[in-house]
Design a protein around this ligand. Structure first.
Ligand SMILES: NC(=O)C1=CN([C@@H]2O[C@H](COP(=O)(O)OP(=O)(O)OC[C@H]3O[C@@H](n4cnc5c(N)ncnc54)[C@H](OP(=O)(O)O)[C@@H]3O)[C@@H](O)[C@H]2O)[C@@H](O)CC1
Ligand SMILES: Nc1ncnc2c1ncn2[C@@H]1O[C@H](COP(=O)(O)OP(=O)(O)O)[C@@H](O)[C@H]1O
Ligand SMILES: [K+]
Length: 493
């Protein structure tokens, strides 16, 4: 998905909208002739329909807040009562404080309105959380927090838009309890995919409430949830008449004595499709690498002149340094030499730490395609850690000019121009030593084949997660490269 808009139709499906962008979607829809009460009716009816599809009628406690999230709750209550549910509705605040569409739907509710208290949970087999959605602007008070805790202990919770207490823009938790199911409208928000919001949402379902996808043309989203639709068309193609050099030459800097990390990375680069993969190693490490690797070429490198000669080979299309490289001046100067080629570079692990406290050196040195793959600890040694994960990754990408892959269970991939992707396709089995080295090699292999840095990073993160999911429990990093053929086959199917 390049800036030329390639794949724009599909990428719209994966867009994540901020609370402010969602409000614009709302306004454009209203301006197009759909009144707010109709939108709210569609939202509440969709929630009731999804509930009725999954649960048989019972006693449901609908907890309504003072804004439009509460208004949705009134619609849900009405629809579930019509469907034969025993509905107990309770409201935070006085009914006469409701305004607009929420007041309209409250007036259509003919049942009793109880004040919010633990009594309303009695006997409930399901709870609908319609307290706060997009309008949450502070932590819920102690009374609301206690009620939410009691609700969680009583029955499954279905949250409307977000679990009350989760910030839609960031996924920050101001005091939410976990829902079983969260139903949101039109498109997800970052808070549905970033942690801890994603976990608190439980399963997230996006309901269509009649907002036309064409509003996205005006909103021009810059954030997406990762998936093949975003970058499948940019994956390297095989040419029937090609040869190994037309598939790119990936070079990994092989460290010593920690040789396993670079070996994992080289295998991943080769499996990702690089035509040639080489590992440059200090002479004393040559026997170790050469014994362990067969199709991967091992190049002994002694000193700066040797390195310069190696890097002057224009057939090397992408470089990686970091896994097992060691922290210090040698790694730093090798990374700078790689960056000076102007060809693609991946900086990971020790290569990042070798610039700790001096991000300006990277800002100056990065002139070509570059992907940096820090985990939170490595990130904190280099860049500002204030703000949410999307903000942090975007800020580091903007100042450095590199694509930043800020890793974790909710990996964020950010481009210098402001685009960002949040990955949700990664099982916790990836939390195993060396899996980050495989990821770095995967990015390298795709870059070596000429893929754009943002696309390559997003694709690699997704493929890494897919490989781990295919393996299941008991995964070690060594297993990952061997799973890539199945991942690639799945992508081309
Ligand atoms: N966009 C769409 O397309 C559609 C959106 N829809 C729905 O609208 C929802 C957004 O509605 P919304 O803007 O009225 O905000 P909402 O979440 O109800 O909260 C605002 C109220 O809560 C209050 N308040 C906030 N925090 C508080 C706290 N901690 N403790 C106590 N009070 C607190 C705040 O009060 P104040 O700050 O004024 O004191 C204000 O009164 C959205 O989530 C979705 O469900 C659908 O109906 C249709 C289509
Ligand atoms: N709980 C988790 N769920 C999903 N992915 C995870 C989780 N923990 C770690 N990962 C992923 O595993 C990889 C670990 O990389 P890293 O921390 O660099 O480890 P190492 O240095 O041991 O290779 C990253 O891609 C990260 O996003
Ligand atoms: K809610």
């Amino acid at each position: 998905m390049g800036p030329d808009g390639r794949g724009a139709v599909l990428t719209g499906d994966r867009a994540l909208l901020s609370v402010a962008q969602m409000a614009v979607a709302d306004r454009l829809t209203v301006a197009g002739g759909t009144p707010v009460p109709v939108l709210m009716g569609a939202a509440g009816s969709a929630v009731a329909r999804i509930i009725a599809d999954r649960w048989s009628p019972g006693r449901v406690a609908v907890l309504c807040g003072p804004g439009d999230n509460g208004g949705d709750g009134f619609v849900v209550a009405r629809r579930l009562a019509e469907a034969g549910w025993d509905v107990q509705l309770s409201l935070l605040g006085a009914p006469d404080r409701l305004t607009g569409a929420a007041a309209h739907n409250a007036a259509l509710w003919t049942g009793p309105v109880a004040p919010l208290s633990p009594a309303v949970l009695e006997g409930a087999t399901l709870i609908v959380d319609a307290l706060f959605g997009a309008g949450l602007n502070r932590a819920p008070d102690r009374r609301v927090a206690a009620l939410l805790a009691a609700a969680a202990a009583q029955a499954p919770i279905v949250a409307i838009d977000v679990p009350s207490g989760v910030m839609g823009d960031t996924g920050a938790d101001l005091g939410a309890v976990a829902a079983s199911l969260t139903i949101t409208f039109f498109r997800k928000k970052p808070g549905h995919v970033l942690l801890p919001g994603r976990t608190l949402c439980g399963e997230t379902v996006v309901a269509d409430i009649g907002i036309a996808p064409s509003v996205l043309d005006r909103i021009a989203p810059q954030t997406w949830e990762n998936g093949p639709d975003l970058w499948r068309d940019a994956l390297p193609l095989l040419h029937p008449t090609g040869h190994k050099y037309t598939r790119g030459h990936a070079l990994v800097w092989g460290g010593y004595p920690m040789t396993g990390a670079a070996r994992l990375a080289t295998r991943a680069a080769a499996r990702a499709g690089a035509g040639l993969t080489s590992v440059a190693v200090p002479p004393q490490a040559l026997p170790i690498y050469a014994t362990a690797l067969t199709s991967i070429m091992v190049r002994p490198v002694t000193g700066a002149e040797d390195l310069a000669a190696l890097l002057s080979d224009g057939r090397i299309t992408a470089h990686l340094i970091g896994p097992g490289a060691g922290v210090g001046d040698a790694t730093r100067s090798t990374a700078l030499a790689m960056l000076a080629t102007g060809r693609a570079v991946v900086l990971d692990a020790d290569a990042l730490t070798s610039f700790a406290g001096d991000p300006a050196a990277l800002d100056r040195a990065i002139t070509g395609p570059c992907v940096m793959t820090p985990h939170d600890g490595e990130f904190a040694r280099l860049w500002d850690t204030t703000g949410d994960k999307l903000h942090r990754a975007r800020a580091a990408a903007a100042r450095s000019g590199a694509v930043i892959v800020l890793k974790g269970a909710d990996t964020v991939i950010a481009a210098p121009d402001g685009r960002a992707i949040v990955n949700t396709n990664a099982p916790p089995t990836l939390a195993t030593a060396g899996s980050g080295d495989v990821l770095a090699g995967l990015v390298l292999g795709l870059l070596a084949q000429g893929m754009d840095a943002f696309d390559a990073a997003a694709a690699a993160v997704w493929m890494h997660g897919d490989a781990a999911s295919r393996f299941g429990p008991g995964l070690i990093a060594d297993d990952l490269p061997g799973l890539l053929p199945a991942v690639l086959r799945g992508l081309s199917a």
